[in-house]
Design a protein around this ligand. Sequence first.
Ligand SMILES: Nc1nc2c(ncn2[C@@H]2O[C@H](COP(=O)(O)OP(=O)(O)OP(=O)(O)O)[C@@H](O)[C@H]2O)c(=O)[nH]1
Ligand SMILES: [Mg+2]
Length: 428
Amino acid sequence: MIIGSAGDDHLAMARESLRDLLDDPRVPDQVRGQLQHDYDGVRQMLDKLEHGHVHLAVFGRVGVGKSSLLNALLGERRFSTSPLHGETRTATLTHWVEERSGGVFLIDTPGIDEVGGEEREAAAREAAARADLLMFVVEADLTAVEIGALRDLADARRPLLLVLNKVDRYSEEECRELLDRLAERTDGLIAANNIITVSADPRTAVGGRATRGQPPSPVAADVERLRTRLWNILETEGKTLAALNASLFAGRLSETLGRRIVKEKRRLAQRIVRTYCIAKGVAVAVNPVPVADLAAAALVDAGMVVHLSRVYGLPMTRREAGSLVTVIVTQMAALMGTVWAVHLVSSALKLGTGGMSVVLTAGAQGAVAYYSTYIVGQAAERYFAAGKSWGDAGPRAVMAEILESIDRDSILRQARDDLKGHLTGARG
Ligand SMILES: Nc1nc2c(ncn2[C@@H]2O[C@H](COP(=O)(O)OP(=O)(O)OP(=O)(O)O)[C@@H](O)[C@H]2O)c(=O)[nH]1
Ligand SMILES: [Mg+2]
């Protein structure tokens, strides 16, 4: 295989991006655990690149002759074939050609579009997603399922050859017509010189027709044009295909990773916020001195913000956290005067003459405190998720949006339920 310098550059780049992905310290262990399978995939991909291996896979409907085609290319029956559909049950790899700079491997896959074969189809799609070059095998004009699958693969930028197998069953004229139809249907998806006819396991000499009633006699396979085209591709762009494929794979995984990391951080952050909400709700409800209430409340909120900053890997000091809480609470007070007022009024009532405090109970006051910490938590989380920023619109716009989107009553109900147990526990 010729190793062009462009191919080598691509290889080096792909290797680097795969290694970065594996070693990225920002990925929480939990996320790594969830994506174990994908990580194994990246490791295999890296291993493959380092050994200069190129993977060619077959893909297609059940029974179109995928396994037969690989056997014909290999020149021996290494894969099991059968007239019954669903013969190949797992994706299996075999060595095709060994060479100094690496080797080419052939991968057989289960057929798609088999009734009850969803798991096998998923395995086939996964193998296709990882192969460097795909032979999409068909035996006639494309079915709707085949067109869909072909589109998906082309969209995912998988390099494709369309292989029309079993041409021994067609006359020359039928074969030409079929090729025209295939070219028409795959226009824009597959280049015309990448549509190739073969007879992987012919019943009669290619070009002749099977005679009814006669037992099939062994006839030599005809896959030479496909072999030539494959070698042509491998020699000119094999390494580049492998490198680009690995980079694409790495790109897809980093996208998934990014989404999972955000989700995981969100989940953790919401758990932290709820814990602090309860802590503050309880503190405010059981502490009868309103000035101390507010001081304690601010301390609890600042503690929560410090905690959240660590989840997002943007650590803050307590003092910084205190300033952030002040910004949030100021905006909140301006935007939701009434609820904030209730909080203050009830604090005042608690200090004031005994009889009045029955109207607004300590529990209600705790719930309001819970609610305000909840809002502070949502705002702080938003601030960290945006990389310690309020964005162009500033904190007021963010606060307005948060207050708009939160269902106040359901949070207050949640507060009441969360606090009930803690308060009766604390008092009893
Ligand atoms: N006439 C004819 N029959 C073929 C040709 N290639 C394969 N077959 C037959 O088609 C049937 C299915 O072949 P397989 O190679 O098992 O097909 P497959 O796509 O691997 O099938 P699954 O593994 O079940 O998805 C077998 O009976 C083959 O002998 C061909 O070129 N001409
Ligand atoms: Mg098979």
